[in-house]
Design a protein around this ligand. Structure first.
Ligand code: NAD
Length: 374
């Protein structure tokens, strides 16, 4: 995927078409009023996700644009400045980041760093009065997530979490079934998200480092956990979890595979699994009078599924990175319209508290952990 896409790129026009004239028509009054100034976004951390997905997506968005970068690598800064025509005044290093306070070009700081840095950079961005978008997993634990929410509330800025699946139309169709229940009482959920990776990886890779939020559960498991919660349309009351490590040379202090069972009210059970050792990508709900599933349920494109009554979940929004463009446009519009984003900090916090219980259960050899109502 080339990062260089101009506004005249035919794929951009295809994308805008695919995003749907109808949905944009409803947004037009605001879009027109704000057309002269889409929100300026600064990406913090210029690794894989920023480079290959978010920056190209920001060339497609209508309500926000790439306005600045924060990086620890001067050579990267130069390359990005050339590619995206970013002026010197909108380029920061991590130490000088807080000067962004005085920069009117930047409205939103998007934290795309290793997981242990999500909280400190969210707090710093909020403290200088910038809205925050933060990648998943929101934080290292629920206490950090709560501190991030409190800081953003205190400084009156928005906080949205980068759960892109919740902006994907087939996922949204499945989410709606939790309330409409066309197949009767929900009984069981299965949610699996994982891939085979890291053979021959450097031991310095942060995804293998416990101190920087490594391991499959933080990285891919949050998709399965989040999906279990939105498919149930409820919060789990208890969890049991076990972890498994095959490649003991690679996975030291972080999980390679995690299996977890969530108990929801009314006897609904969700079995979740995540792995860095095995490919898996399924979300399935079994109900009293039928079933539905998405597979893949977690992918940059091609999310699709079916149900026992023959219905299909096959909406197409365009090629990668259309999902990321939808997410950022929706989150930008929420800021412009002064309303809550679709995936606010609280949604990330709800996952983090379950995640805390999953890790606690796995550490305790699979003991059942109750999750306090909150
Ligand atoms: P990456 O390793 O490719 O990039 C991380 C960036 O952070 C690099 O530019 C690196 O230089 C910088 N960095 C700063 N301090 C660092 C430190 N102490 N250790 C390591 N790197 C440091 O990672 P990525 O794949 O871009 O992931 C970044 C974040 O984005 C993660 O939170 C990840 O979960 C999330 N992500 C989300 C999606 C999604 O689909 N929503 C996809 C990929 C990654």
């Amino acid at each position: 995927m080339s990062a260089e896409r101009s506004s005249t790129d035919p794929s951009r026009r295809r994308l805008l078409g695919a995003l749907g004239a109808a949905s944009f028509a409803t947004l037009l009054p605001v879009a027109r009023a704000r057309a002269s100034r889409p929100l300026g976004v600064a990406l913090v951390g210029l690794g894989y996700y920023s480079r290959d997905l978010l920056a190209p997506a920001l060339q497609m968005t209508r309500h926000c644009r790439l306005a600045g970068i924060v990086t620890g690598t001067p050579a990267k800064a130069k390359e990005w400045q050339r590619r995206y025509r970013l002026p010197d005044r909108n380029v920061y290093d991590y130490d000088g980041f807080d000067r962004i306070a005085d920069n009117p070009d930047i409205d939103v700081v998007y934290v795309v760093l290793p997981n242990h840095l999500h909280k400190p950079f969210t707090l710093r961005a909020a403290a200088v009065g910038k809205h925050v978008w933060c990648e998943k997993p929101m934080a290292m634990d629920a206490a950090e997530a709560r501190a991030m929410i409190d800081a953003c509330q205190h400084h009156r800025v928005q906080l949205a979490i980068g759960y892109r699946m919740q902006h994907e139309p087939n996922t949204q169709a499945v989410m709606a079934l939790a309330a409409s229940k066309p197949f009767g009482r929900l009984q069981r959920i299965r949610a699996e998200a994982g891939f085979r990776g890291f053979d021959g990886a450097s031991p310095d890779n942060w995804r293998l480092d416990p101190a920087r939020g490594g391991g499959a559960m933080y990285d891919m498991g949050v998709y399965a956990l989040n999906a279990a919660r939105y498919t149930a349309g409820a919060e789990p009351v208890a969890v049991t979890a076990t972890q498994e490590i095959e490649r003991t040379d690679l996975f030291r202090g972080v999980d390679e595979t995690m299996r977890f069972r969530l108990e929801f009210p009314e006897g609904v059970i969700a079995d979740g699994e995540t792995s860095f050792g095995r490919n898996m990508n399924l979300l399935r709900a079994d109900c009293a009078d039928g079933w539905y599933e998405l597979s893949p349920f977690q992918a940059y494109e091609g999310v699709r599924g079916e149900a026992s009554d023959g219905r299909r979940f096959d909406a197409v929004i365009g090629a990668t990175p259309a999902q990321q463009a939808r997410q950022m446009d929706a989150d930008a519009l929420a800021i412009l319209e002064k309303r809550a984003p679709r995936v606010p900090g609280e949604e990330g916090w709800r996952d983090m508290r379950v995640l805390d219980a999953i890790f606690a259960s796995a550490r305790a050899g699979g003991s059942r952990m109750e999750i306090a109502a909150g």
